[in-house]
Ligand binder design. Structure first.
Ligand SMILES: Nc1ncnc2c1ncn2[C@@H]1O[C@H](COP(=O)(O)OP(=O)(O)OP(=O)(O)O)[C@@H](O)[C@H]1O
Length: 299
């Protein structure tokens, strides 16, 4: 069912674990060459969704196509076109970084140069070190290296930078930008909203197994979500005004107050602010429907 410009198509995907519906009717596409960020709180259903797309987990219902193939039927040829960085690798790591990468590179028809990949993830000085002797962040970089060594068309990154120091995250972003410029399509999950904003083209926000928003990163939350506000203090009270023209509001304030307004701030909501608002609202509506059910049950 995949159209040529979509590398992933998901329609009304559902996954139940016994009584728990972890993914509840999710639909989205990933266009060729784009980075799609799947965002949501713990337990939202992101890993379940990704694992279904990777072919590691069966779905309860719905249609899924990844690179034109149903993941439940994907063979080795199909797997070789994917790069996968799982949430945790579970590798014991009794081999060196270079050995590990050479081992994985040999599994692919057109792998990247192992030394280049090691350099790209910033592990040149650790190429000969045993993986089990690396720090948590360094091991995570090995996971990323394994994910890209096969030159994947579609790369799954499940919380790739957890445990990275800020400098390592910046160089990881640089690496991802290189992959993007080479045309790699990417599905990214992350709890770092700045990472999603830096790398993502579009985002899907998933909460309670449902997609609560799906839009280009800058449009998540709707047109009004990013309208800035001006905040200042006057006679001991904090005032806020939302406006498309913050400079005009500040000019007017300065004229009226005859100088610098106390505590002046102009704040443009970040993706994180918009996300927290969206997910918080979803949580509140879950709570209110639970409360309603309880009221109904009590009658
Ligand atoms: N194998 C399993 N058996 C039963 N329940 C599961 C299983 N795997 C996940 N779940 C449940 O399904 C729900 C969704 O889990 P999932 O791991 O997909 O969430 P997530 O969005 O990836 O969360 P996180 O951000 O914490 O990684 C959770 O309530 C989780 O407890």
């Amino acid at each position: 069912m995949t159209s040529p410009e979509n590398v992933v198509e998901v329609r009304d995907l559902r996954k139940a674990y016994g009584d728990l519906t972890a993914v509840d009717g999710v639909s989205f596409d990933i266009h060729r060459g784009e980075t799609f960020a799947l965002l949501g709180p713990n337990g939202a259903g992101k890993s379940t969704t990704i694992e279904i797309l990777e072919g590691y987990r069966d779905r309860t219902s719905g249609a899924v196509s990844v690179l034109g193939v149903d993941p439940q039927k994907g063979g080795l040829d199909w797997k070789a076109r994917l790069g996968i960085v799982l949430q945790s690798s579970g590798e014991s790591g009794n081999v060196t970084v270079a050995e590990q990468l050479r081992h994985f590179a040999a599994l692919y028809p057109n792998p990247r140069d192992v030394d280049e990949v090691i350099a790209a993830v910033g592990l040149e000085s650790k190429a000969g070190a045993l993986i089990r002797k690396l720090s948590g962040g360094q091991r995570r970089r090995v996971d990323v290296a394994v994910g890209i060594v096969g030159r994947p068309e579609l790369l799954f990154l499940d919380e790739p930078t957890t445990g990275f120091d800020p400098e390592a995250r910046r160089s990881f972003w640089q690496l991802i930008r290189t992959l993007q410029s080479e045309g790699t399509s990417i599905l990214l999950t992350t709890h770092y909203l700045d990472e999603a904003a830096q790398l993502g083209d579009r985002a899907g926000i998933i909460a309670g197994g449902r997609m609560v928003d799906l839009a280009p990163i800058d449009e998540i939350g709707g047109a009004d979500a990013r309208v800035p506000f001006v905040r200042w203090r006057e006679n001991g009270t904090v005032h806020e005004r939302r406006t498309h023209a913050p400079a005009a509001v500040v000019t007017e304030l300065v004229a009226r107050l005859g100088g610098e307004p106390e505590g002046l701030e102009v704040i443009r909501p970040s993706l994180e602010d918009v996300y927290l608002d969206l997910v918080g609202r979803e949580h509140a509506s879950d709570l209110s429907s639970e409360a309603l059910n309880e009221t109904e049950a009590a009658r």
